[in-house]
Design a protein around this ligand. Sequence first.
Ligand code: RP5
Length: 165
Amino acid sequence: MKKVAIIMGSDSDLKAMQGAMDALKALEVPFAVRILSAHRTPEAASAFARGARDDGYGVIIAAAGKAAHLAGAMAANTLLPVIGVPMKSSTLDGLDALLSTVQMPSGMPVATVAIDGATNAALLAAQILALSDDALYQRFAAYRAAQTAKVVEKDKRIAEEYSCL
Ligand code: RP5
């Protein structure tokens, strides 16, 4: 099956991206994790994006903070879908990274999730891959059903514990 690439601008992004790795593991989606920077290692970053499809990737998740150009730089060098994750790594609480990631020019899309939205990035990547993978679609459906069941259970417990009727 196609792999997901999780690219980060720095190892300081690793902790915030743990949720993406956890979600992909839960869904049994293979993934690689790399540190590549649009600014510090621009040639390696663009080479990765150019070769990603031939290397078996189906989606690229790109996480970066501050002047976050990584997702856009990936998108500029591949036809694969790119999901951007703005990192809350600066004194501006990630608003800088959010705007840098989401405000792509027309014709060059990056699907941007919330600041530090690593889990949703992984789920979106899985949904994209599930379009052509029925087994993954079924695993994703089970993941959603389990999530729903957890909320129903919490509702029951909280209603019992806190309601005063
Ligand atoms: C970005 O700058 C990285 O994605 C990271 O979020 C931020 C800070 O990087 P470090 O200075 O911690 O390496 O490029």
